[in-house]
Design a protein around this ligand. Structure first.
Ligand code: ADP
Ligand code: MG
Length: 284
């Protein structure tokens, strides 16, 4: 199972209406099991459309999408696919339905017909994995945005997914909530081997991924490691995107004649460069 590509997209096109322009235009993509891939692209470039095709919420106008070898066009596989590739959306309030965190996670399990005696263990495990176990009896609407998203993620985890697709899941959160959710998902990827498709408009989030895809006009315009993608500043600018803040700062310093490396993506990278350039500037 695990040597076959996890998410596979072949010559995929999608239009919302018969006469509408293509929202996705000939996209091909292979995501291996366990990969953390970030997806960038300006508004309307096709990110959300791709996300909904990846878990069978939408079906291809042309081309094919398979999830763990299951074709999303196969009627009999719809629920297997949605359970295997769970989606987290932007607005946490639209994803929580119950008046207690525990019941919210239970809701999804009831929907897929998990026997009730199996539910408590699965719910506890999912809440533990997202660091929300101590909130099991709380009312979801009283939680912070980051906590709500972690409950939404727990609801999916309880279904034992193999992939998480998060469509700007941090867009409505404050910086602390954003970090909470990203840390949680990174840990699930690392420790549980869950494949992650992380759609974001925060460059510094994409900089932490194993792979970055950039979408433009319904096509994949760039595909590489964060270093490969973010070193192409002009290309990104043409696609109306930025580079991560530390990469930008490194460029400004380079323009001023500072001999700083070309591949600074994070604060840690920047600290390394400062140490290299000025060993006496930092004492740790
Ligand atoms: P992104 O998530 O990158 O902002 P979308 O996938 O939402 O982009 O949109 C891709 C294209 O599809 C855009 O041209 C958008 O206007 C169009 N589109 C998105 N949702 C709908 C919809 N529900 N009905 C019609 N067109 C849509
Ligand atoms: Mg979108």
């Amino acid at each position: 199972m695990s040597d076959q590509p996890h998410l596979q997209v072949k010559d995929l096109s999608y239009r919302y209406e018969p006469e509408a322009p293509l929202a996705l235009d000939g996209v091909s993509l292979v995501v291996p099991h366990g990969q953390f891939v970030a997806v960038l692209g300006h508004n309307g470039s096709g990110k959300s459309t791709l996300a909904k095709l990846l878990n069978g919420l939408f079906l291809p106008t042309e081309g094919q999408v398979t999830v763990s070898g299951m074709d999303t066009r196969d009627d009999g596989k719809v629920w297997d696919i949605r359970r295997t590739a769970g989606m987290v959306f932007q607005n946490p309030d639209n994803q929580l339905v119950a008046t207690r965190v525990y019941d919210d996670v239970a809701f999804g399990l009831e929907n897929i017909g998990v026997p009730s005696e199996e539910m408590p263990a699965r719910i506890d495990e999912a809440l533990k994995l997202t660091g929300m176990l101590e909130f099991a009896d709380r009312a979801p609407h009283l939680l912070s945005g980051g906590q709500k998203q972690r409950v939404a993620i727990a609801g999916i985890l309880a279904m034992h997914p193999e992939a998480l697709i998060l469509d700007e899941a941090t867009a409505m959160l404050d910086p602390r909530g954003r970090k909470e959710v990203l840390d949680t998902v990174q840990r699930l990827n690392r420790e549980q081997g869950i494949t992650v498709v992380w759609i974001t408009h925060f460059m510094q989030e994409a900089a932490t991924a194993q792979r970055v895809l950039v979408m433009d006009h319904g096509k994949i315009a760039m595909d590489g490691t964060p270093r490969e993608v973010f070193s192409q500043v002009e290309r990104l600018r043409a696609l109306r995107l930025d580079v991560p803040p530390m990469t930008h700062l490194a460029q400004l310093l380079r323009q001023r004649g500072v001999d700083i490396g070309m591949d600074v993506l994070s604060v840690d990278d920047m600290v390394k460069e400062v140490k290299r350039l000025c060993p006496s500037c930092l004492n740790s």
